[in-house]
Design a protein around this ligand. Structure first.
Ligand SMILES: [Zn+2]
Length: 438
């Protein structure tokens, strides 16, 4: 019996959007924060997660594949394998067709965290028992191939992870900043009233000097400056300085490179810097200001821009009027030279493969246009990106049992060196996808 294999792209799209907005950065295990003031005794393995980074280790990118049919969803642990450069279901059961719960890879988890040689997951009880209201979950560890699963502890199902070191996962649970031990799964709350501040109305921008770098812009009523600070792995918060609230773009408008937080001045599109060890701000580049438009009522087009990084290069996605084409929301991607402030346009765009001409017509002019390739994560093997989308026909049975065909697509992930990426040279190493569902 063959079941329709169906990939639910909505989840993936949401994930990708988050990654784009967050300007995803993966700091590799063993990488040390750049600081001239850090004594050697304070060297730590602390890394911050941003979006897809928590699902990536040196083994590859882990995700949950949703298959099955309308009545019965099958959740399979899968890996975009960096050594084989292919997507595979993490099942070692001989003769398995990966179509039901008996598959080795079957996993109902809300969260995956990939660490060197291991994978940790949160499996909420309500996933297996919809009536369960305990708010509890199993904290499950396994090896990098998804084998040897064992439950370490029972924890809250409410955790959002923001980083890790060799001993702990760090993140937010209930109202607190806390950690979970990787050896025995013990959960510890370290700082109360931190979730609102550093998750809802702020973010963790990265790691510097063995501590998380935090940005807190506050809720809509907040009038004071944006706080930039440090949150230690022990839960101690230190304020480093403030930036005027009206010139700071929250969420997507700031990224950390080394010891400097770069941000867009939302009043005019200037790229600014905040140096962590001195607390000083400087103007980095005004080259993009020409694309900013005042939308009236104090709204600027630069408030939709976002910053990201490609290794140590600063990137800005810019939306603004283009006089040549007349497009008032033209998307452009730039590399900003942080030493000179000069900008250079990047041109790699995602390729659409096998998209039917009917679908192209249905999209209408200006819609469904391929987007720029942007780094989803930085790995030792290169930048992790979506280089293309593969289009194919899928189908489902409607309420009358009639087969309805529709065109859908799935991403083609790839690795590319930062040098090739910044030179807009499409020298991709693509991951081979699983066979198209039949
Ligand atoms: Zn299987």
């Amino acid at each position: 019996m063959k079941k329709h294999l169906r990939i639910f792209l909505a989840c993936l799209c949401a994930l990708l959007c988050c990654a784009l907005l967050a300007g995803c950065t993966l700091t590799l295990p063993g990488a040390q924060p750049q600081s001239s003031t850090a004594p050697t005794a304070q060297q730590s393995s602390l890394v911050a997660f941003s979006s897809l980074a928590q699902n990536i280790s040196e083994a590859g990118y882990y995700n949950i594949l949703y298959t099955g049919d309308a009545e019965h969803t099958i959740y399979l642990l899968s890996l975009y394998d960096f050594s084989e450069m292919q997507h595979r279901v993490l099942c070692e059961k001989e003769g398995c067709t990966h179509t039901d719960e008996t598959c080795d890879a079957y996993l109902q988890a809300s969260t995956l965290v990939a660490r060197p040689g291991a994978l940790y997951t949160i499996c909420p009880r309500y996933f297996t028992d919809p009536a369960d209201e305990s708010g509890l979950a199993d904290f499950v560890a396994m090896d990098e191939n998804g084998q040897n699963r064992h439950t370490l502890s029972t924890i809250s199902d409410n955790w959002t992870f923001t980083g890790a070191d060799e001993q702990y996962l760090y993140g937010f649970c209930e109202d607190a900043f806390g950690r979970i031990s990787l050896s025995d799964g013990t959960e510890t709350y370290l700082l109360r009233n931190a979730r609102e501040k550093f998750l809802f109305w702020g973010k963790i921008a990265g790691v510097w000097d063995g501590q998380f770098v935090t940005v807190y812009w506050g809720d809509a009523t907040r009038a004071e400056g944006v706080e930039i600070g440090l949150l230690s792995p022990e839960g101690v918060y230190t304020l480093l300085g403030t930036v005027p609230q009206d010139s700071f773009l929250s969420y997507s408008g700031s990224v950390l490179i080394g010891d400097t937080l770069y941000y867009i001045d939302s009043s005019n599109g200037t790229v600014m810097s905040f140096t962590l060890d001195t607390g000083e701000t400087h103007e980095v580049s005004t080259a993009l200001c020409q694309y900013d438009r005042d939308e009236g009522q104090g709204f600027h087009s630069c408030q939709r821009w976002y910053l990201s990084t490609a290794n140590n290069a600063l990137l800005a996605m810019v939306y603004g009027a283009d006089e040549t084409s007349g497009d008032i929301w033209k998307e452009s991607l730039y590399h900003i030279d942080i030493s000179t402030g000069a900008t250079s346009p990047l041109s790699l765009k995602q390729e659409y493969r096998n998209k039917s001409s009917e679908a192209e017509m249905a999209d209408g002019p200006g819609w469904g246009e391929p987007s720029f390739v942007t780094p989803l994560a930085e790995t030792q093997q290169g930048l992790f990106v979506v280089s293309a989308y593969e289009f194919y026909m899928d189908s489902y049975l409607d309420e009358n049992g009639q087969k309805v065909e529709y065109e859908t697509s799935r991403p083609v992930y790839a690795l590319i060196s930062a040098e090739d990426y910044l030179a807009s040279t499409p020298n991709y190493q693509e991951f081979k996808n699983l066979p198209v569902p039949t």
